[in-house]
Design a protein around this ligand. Structure first.
Ligand code: NAP
Length: 241
């Protein structure tokens, strides 16, 4: 059976490597200049909305779709649910669990990056949100920002900033050192979950620094969701009997 994995995450790469017996095609949006490539066939670029994806699924004889995109990639997740519904292709969303605050964490929950910008504490802010959405902070002239991303943001950036081009995983020592060196007094994070970028939260906890945590966008109504690659493989095994 042909399996489309909507990718751009470590889970998608792991699934592509472990989905024995399936002909896997991984789809990447093409945002990152040098992406870590999954094993197997890869296609790059948008499908052209819901109808484009529905046509692509039919034209390519896809038997199942696992949406293993990043928890903040809300548009492709909406589109995939709608397109699979339209053409009757079995579909599951693979979402790693989100992070949750412990008693020593100082998290400020916000529903969006725009709201994070409106509720920012501190004066020297570590913007650990990747390259998308940095423009929400561009009008803030009162603060200094440390921006860490794999590729440079393409929108506007705050006037006072330093850009660190880095790809995770990051260790606790890396992030403690970084936050101390730059005198960071607030962190902005999306609730991505997973191990690769969790160290900044632990470092903030140790240093007593507040974290503005952007909550995940909601999933489309009625979709089936699994929380791990193992569970996605079990879903595929059930599907094929
Ligand atoms: P998005 O806002 O949900 O999607 C915007 C458009 O990009 C979609 O309508 C679709 O274009 C295209 N697209 C997105 N993901 C695609 C994929 N895997 N394959 C083919 N087309 C895709 O997506 P995003 O937040 O920009 O994320 C883009 C990619 O980066 C995703 O693969 C995601 O897993 C990865 N990523 C995102 C984040 C994040 O914070 N958002 C972080 C790490 C990795 P069409 O409508 O033309 O089909």
């Amino acid at each position: 059976m042909k399996l489309l994995v909507l990718g751009g995450t470590g889970e998608a790469r792991e699934l592509a490597a472990r989905a024995d017996g399936f002909e896997v095609i991984t789809s990447l949006a093409g945002r990152v200049q040098n992406p870590v490539m999954p094993v197997g066939e890869v296609r790059v670029g948008g499908f052209g909305g819901v109808d484009g994806l529905a046509n692509w699924l039919q034209d390519n004889g896809i038997g199942a779709v696992v949406d293993a995109t990043h928890p903040f990639a809300a548009i492709i997740t909406e589109n995939a649910a709608a397109a699979c519904g339209q053409v009757g292709v079995p579909h599951v969303v693979l979402r790693r669990p989100g992070w949750s605050a412990g008693p020593l964490d100082r998290w400020i929950h916000v529903p969006s990056l725009a709201q994070a910008a409106a509720e920012l504490p501190g004066e020297r802010v570590f913007l650990a949100i990747g390259r998308q959405g940095v423009h929400h902070f561009a009008g803030d002239e009162s603060r200094w920002f440390l921006i860490r991303a794999i590729d440079p943001p393409d929108g506007a950036m705050p006037q006072r900033h330093e850009l660190l081009l880095r790809r995770g995983p990051f260790t606790l020592d890396d992030d403690l050192d970084l936050m101390r060196r730059y005198g960071i007094d607030a962190v902005v994070s999306k609730n991505s979950g997973g191990d690769l970028a969790e160290a900044k939260l632990e470092a903030a906890r140790i240093l007593g620094i507040p974290v503005v945590m952007v909550d995940r966008p909601p999933l489309p109504a009625g979709v089936q969701v699994v929380g791990s690659v193992d569970a996605a493989l079990a879903w595929l095994a059930d599907l094929t009997g």
